[in-house]
Ligand binder design. Structure first.
Ligand SMILES: [Zn+2]
Length: 160
Protein backbone atom coordinates (compact mmCIF):
# COMPACT_ATOMS: atom_id res chain seq x y z
CA UNK A 1 0.00 0.00 0.00
CA UNK A 2 1.55 3.34 -1.04
CA UNK A 3 2.07 5.69 1.84
CA UNK A 4 0.81 9.24 1.61
CA UNK A 5 3.85 11.39 2.43
CA UNK A 6 1.78 14.51 3.02
CA UNK A 7 -0.32 13.02 5.77
CA UNK A 8 2.76 11.60 7.45
CA UNK A 9 4.82 14.76 7.34
CA UNK A 10 2.28 17.49 7.97
CA UNK A 11 1.98 18.12 11.68
CA UNK A 12 -1.24 18.16 13.57
CA UNK A 13 -2.18 19.82 16.80
CA UNK A 14 -4.49 18.80 19.54
CA UNK A 15 -7.80 20.62 19.33
CA UNK A 16 -8.06 20.74 23.13
CA UNK A 17 -4.58 21.59 24.42
CA UNK A 18 -2.57 22.52 21.31
CA UNK A 19 0.11 19.86 21.74
CA UNK A 20 1.61 18.42 18.57
CA UNK A 21 0.07 15.02 17.89
CA UNK A 22 0.13 12.28 15.28
CA UNK A 23 -2.48 12.97 12.64
CA UNK A 24 -4.09 9.59 13.21
CA UNK A 25 -3.63 9.51 16.99
CA UNK A 26 -6.57 8.08 18.90
CA UNK A 27 -5.73 10.02 22.04
CA UNK A 28 -3.73 13.14 22.73
CA UNK A 29 -0.61 12.12 24.70
CA UNK A 30 -0.72 15.42 26.59
CA UNK A 31 -4.36 15.76 27.62
CA UNK A 32 -5.92 12.44 26.56
CA UNK A 33 -8.53 14.09 24.35
CA UNK A 34 -9.87 11.56 21.83
CA UNK A 35 -9.10 12.09 18.10
CA UNK A 36 -7.00 15.20 18.89
CA UNK A 37 -6.23 16.11 15.25
CA UNK A 38 -9.90 16.35 14.27
CA UNK A 39 -10.91 19.91 14.97
CA UNK A 40 -14.62 19.33 14.49
CA UNK A 41 -14.84 16.05 16.39
CA UNK A 42 -17.95 16.22 18.52
CA UNK A 43 -17.64 13.04 20.49
CA UNK A 44 -19.06 9.61 19.99
CA UNK A 45 -22.43 8.25 20.73
CA UNK A 46 -25.79 9.89 20.73
CA UNK A 47 -27.28 12.84 22.49
CA UNK A 48 -30.75 14.31 22.42
CA UNK A 49 -31.84 17.21 24.53
CA UNK A 50 -35.33 18.58 24.31
CA UNK A 51 -35.57 22.33 23.84
CA UNK A 52 -38.36 22.58 26.40
CA UNK A 53 -37.05 22.99 29.90
CA UNK A 54 -38.38 23.02 33.41
CA UNK A 55 -36.33 24.98 35.95
CA UNK A 56 -33.26 24.73 33.76
CA UNK A 57 -33.58 21.01 33.20
CA UNK A 58 -34.52 19.70 29.79
CA UNK A 59 -37.73 17.70 29.81
CA UNK A 60 -35.92 14.87 28.06
CA UNK A 61 -32.18 14.28 27.89
CA UNK A 62 -30.81 11.16 26.28
CA UNK A 63 -27.04 10.78 26.24
CA UNK A 64 -24.80 7.89 25.31
CA UNK A 65 -21.12 7.72 24.47
CA UNK A 66 -18.41 10.26 25.18
CA UNK A 67 -18.20 13.99 24.59
CA UNK A 68 -15.45 15.82 22.69
CA UNK A 69 -13.17 15.96 25.69
CA UNK A 70 -13.46 12.20 26.17
CA UNK A 71 -15.74 12.25 29.18
CA UNK A 72 -18.66 9.91 29.48
CA UNK A 73 -21.82 11.84 28.78
CA UNK A 74 -24.29 12.18 31.62
CA UNK A 75 -27.98 12.50 30.89
CA UNK A 76 -29.62 15.12 33.11
CA UNK A 77 -33.26 15.93 32.71
CA UNK A 78 -36.78 15.53 33.99
CA UNK A 79 -36.56 12.28 32.05
CA UNK A 80 -32.96 11.15 31.69
CA UNK A 81 -31.72 8.15 29.74
CA UNK A 82 -28.06 7.21 29.37
CA UNK A 83 -25.15 5.25 30.82
CA UNK A 84 -25.23 7.79 33.61
CA UNK A 85 -28.64 9.25 34.16
CA UNK A 86 -29.67 11.89 36.67
CA UNK A 87 -33.21 13.19 36.76
CA UNK A 88 -36.78 12.92 37.84
CA UNK A 89 -37.14 9.67 36.00
CA UNK A 90 -33.68 8.25 35.37
CA UNK A 91 -32.92 5.20 33.27
CA UNK A 92 -29.34 4.11 32.84
CA UNK A 93 -26.49 1.87 33.87
CA UNK A 94 -25.98 4.30 36.74
CA UNK A 95 -29.28 5.94 37.51
CA UNK A 96 -30.04 8.60 40.08
CA UNK A 97 -33.53 10.00 40.20
CA UNK A 98 -36.86 10.35 41.92
CA UNK A 99 -37.77 7.20 40.03
CA UNK A 100 -34.63 5.41 38.94
CA UNK A 101 -34.08 2.31 36.91
CA UNK A 102 -30.60 1.04 36.28
CA UNK A 103 -27.98 -1.60 36.88
CA UNK A 104 -27.06 0.51 39.88
CA UNK A 105 -29.90 2.81 40.83
CA UNK A 106 -30.62 5.20 43.64
CA UNK A 107 -33.69 7.28 44.25
CA UNK A 108 -36.99 7.52 46.04
CA UNK A 109 -38.31 4.58 44.04
CA UNK A 110 -35.59 2.42 42.49
CA UNK A 111 -35.39 -0.60 40.27
CA UNK A 112 -32.12 -2.31 39.44
CA UNK A 113 -29.54 -5.02 39.97
CA UNK A 114 -28.48 -2.93 42.94
CA UNK A 115 -31.34 -0.67 43.96
CA UNK A 116 -31.15 1.75 46.86
CA UNK A 117 -34.15 3.91 47.62
CA UNK A 118 -35.66 6.27 50.18
CA UNK A 119 -39.08 4.62 49.78
CA UNK A 120 -39.33 1.54 47.60
CA UNK A 121 -36.58 -0.52 46.01
CA UNK A 122 -37.07 -3.48 43.74
CA UNK A 123 -34.14 -5.42 42.37
CA UNK A 124 -31.70 -8.26 42.72
CA UNK A 125 -30.24 -6.42 45.70
CA UNK A 126 -32.79 -4.04 47.12
CA UNK A 127 -32.18 -1.68 50.01
CA UNK A 128 -35.05 0.58 51.07
CA UNK A 129 -37.75 0.97 53.73
CA UNK A 130 -39.88 -1.20 51.45
CA UNK A 131 -37.58 -3.59 49.62
CA UNK A 132 -38.38 -6.38 47.22
CA UNK A 133 -35.54 -8.40 45.84
CA UNK A 134 -33.52 -11.57 45.79
CA UNK A 135 -31.64 -9.95 48.63
CA UNK A 136 -33.88 -7.39 50.26
CA UNK A 137 -32.83 -5.20 53.13
CA UNK A 138 -35.25 -2.80 54.76
CA UNK A 139 -38.19 -2.21 57.04
CA UNK A 140 -40.85 -4.13 55.12
CA UNK A 141 -39.10 -6.61 52.90
CA UNK A 142 -39.86 -9.38 50.47
CA UNK A 143 -37.63 -11.74 48.59
CA UNK A 144 -35.56 -14.89 48.69
CA UNK A 145 -33.29 -13.46 51.36
CA UNK A 146 -35.33 -10.83 53.14
CA UNK A 147 -33.55 -9.01 55.91
CA UNK A 148 -35.78 -6.64 57.82
CA UNK A 149 -38.22 -5.90 60.58
CA UNK A 150 -41.33 -7.08 58.76
CA UNK A 151 -41.14 -9.77 56.12
CA UNK A 152 -44.06 -9.27 53.78
CA UNK A 153 -43.01 -11.92 51.31
CA UNK A 154 -40.42 -14.65 51.53
CA UNK A 155 -39.04 -17.18 49.12
CA UNK A 156 -37.74 -19.31 51.96
CA UNK A 157 -40.37 -20.62 54.41
CA UNK A 158 -37.99 -21.13 57.32
CA UNK A 159 -36.99 -17.51 57.53
CA UNK A 160 -38.47 -15.37 60.30
ZN1 LIG B 1 -4.31 17.54 24.00
Amino acid sequence: MPANPLSELSPAWCRECGAEVERDALDCPACAAPRPSQTDWAGEGFEYRSTREFRGWPLVHIAFGIDRSGRIRTAKGIVAVGQRAVGGVAVGILALGFISCGVISAGVVSFGIVAVALAVACGVNAIAPVALGVVAVGFAVGGLHPIGWKVILSGAADLR
